[in-house]
Design a protein around this ligand. Structure first.
Ligand code: HEM
Ligand code: HEM
Length: 185
C-alpha cells in the first residue's frame, strides 16, 4: 500500500501522495482531501464508488478502476493505519460566516429540517466509525465540492441516503460557512 501511495503502479496509476500528500496530508489549495486516518471501511467504500461511478469524479474514477482489488485493499489498510492527529477543536475567529457555520454544525436548523452535522460526524467533526467520515481539517474547497456534488447528483454513494437531502437544504452561503468552520477545526 505504502509503495503505491508513494510511487504509483506499473499499470500507470499515479502516486496518491502527489495529490493527497502524506502524513497529516491533504492539500488545501488543490482541494484534495486527507486520506490518513480515514476508516478502512469508508476508504474501501469510496474507492468502490469511484470505480462504479456512484461517485462520479473524472480524476478518481480512472484511478480506482486502474487498481486491482488487492491493491485497493492494501491502500485502504495503509491509509487507515496512518496516524492523523485529532482535530484540536479550536473555534475560528468570530466572524459572521463562522458563527453561521458553527450553528449549522453544532445545532442545525430545524425550521429547514437540517440536523446538526455533529450528530453524525461527531462533536468535533472527527468522524464516527466507518460510516461517518471526519470533516475536521479537510480543505474547505473539498467539503464545499462534496456538498455541491450531492446536490447535483454526481455523488450518490451515501449508503444511508442522508447527505443528498441535507445538501439540498443548504444554501450556497451555508455550505461555504459550514465548510469553512470544519476546515478550521
Ligand atoms: C478523493 C484515494 C490518487 C485526486 C479521494 C478519496 C479517496 C482517494 C479514498 C475520497 C476521500 C474522502 O471521501 O474523504 C486515492 C488513492 C490514490 C489517489 C488510493 C492513489 C492510488 C489521486 C491522485 C489525484 C487524486 C493522483 C490527483 C491527480 C483526488 C480528488 C478527490 C480525491 C480531486 C476528490 C474527488 C471528489 O471531489 O469527489 N481519493 N486517490 N487522487 N482524490 Fe484521490
Ligand atoms: C459524508 C458534510 C450532516 C451522514 C459527508 C461528507 C461531507 C459531509 C463533506 C463527505 C466527506 C468526505 O468525502 O470525506 C456534512 C455537513 C453536514 C452533514 C456539512 C451538516 C450540514 C450529516 C448528518 C448525517 C450525515 C446529520 C447523518 C444523519 C453522512 C454519511 C456520509 C457523510 C453517512 C458518508 C457518505 C459515504 O459513504 O460516502 N458529510 N454532513 N451527515 N455524511 Fe455528512
Amino acid at each position: 500500500g505504502g509503495e503505491i501511495a508513494r510511487n504509483g503502479t506499473q499499470a500507470g496509476v499515479p502516486a496518491c501522495a502527489s495529490c493527497h500528500g502524506d502524513a497529516w496530508g491533504g492539500n488545501a489549495e488543490g482541494g484534495f482531501p486527507r486520506l490518513s486516518g480515514l476508516a478502512e471501511g469508508y476508504l474501501a467504500h469510496e474507492l468502490d464508488s469511484f470505480a462504479d461511478g456512484s461517485r462520479d469524479n473524472e480524476i478518481m474514477g480512472p484511478i480506482a478502476q486502474g487498481l486491482a482489488p488487492e491493491e485497493r485493499r492494501a491502500l485502504t489498510v495503509f491509509y487507515a493505519g496512518l496516524r492523523a492527529p485529532p482535530p484540536d477543536g479550536t473555534p475560528q475567529p468570530d466572524d459572521t460566516a463562522s458563527d453561521r457555520g458553527r450553528m449549522l454544525a453544532q445545532t442545525g436548523e430545524w425550521t429547514k429540517a437540517l440536523p446538526a452535522c455533529a450528530q453524525c460526524h461527531g462533536p468535533a467533526g472527527q468522524g464516527v466509525g466507518a460510516a461517518f467520515p471526519p470533516l475536521a481539517g479537510q480543505p474547505a474547497a473539498y467539503i464545499a465540492a462534496q456538498l455541491s456534488a450531492w446536490k447535483a447528483g454526481t455523488r450518490r454513494n451515501d449508503p444511508l441516503g442522508l447527505m443528498k437531502g441535507i445538501a439540498d437544504r443548504l444554501s450556497d452561503d451555508d455550505a461555504t460557512a459550514v465548510a469553512a468552520y470544519y476546515a478550521a477545526l
